[in-house]
Ligand binder design. Sequence first.
Ligand SMILES: [Zn+2]
Length: 135
Amino acid sequence: MVDFRRVEPIFCDSCGKNLMEGVSEYSALVAWKTNEDGTVVEDIYFACKGGECDQKMSAVYGPTSWEDISDLAIPAVFINWMLSIMTKLHDGHTYSDKAFEKIILLAANLSNVVTREMTEAEEKRFRNLQEINNY
Ligand SMILES: [Zn+2]
């Protein structure tokens, strides 16, 4: 289980830049490659947007769907995106292990941007829940 508060940042898969720095500046994207009918996410990459990295990655991956990481960092967009992923999983869509690992990494990183700090009582409760449950 990923501890979202201690998660490693996401990096550009081309140049290695930390994409969580300046996450609101519309300078990074997440792209995913699916199978023909769109039900299997085969691979996912992160890249600096609108430059060499973007071009290099799309040359390797071919056509993909993509989102601005800055859009996903908007709280309401983040929640809608998570709900849409959950709905698709329920409908039988799947991810390759690598793609799922990357989407979890991105979601964990964005959680730190879109959620508020916990109160001391919530923090304590969270620690208790972690001991009892598997989260
Ligand atoms: Zn880059």
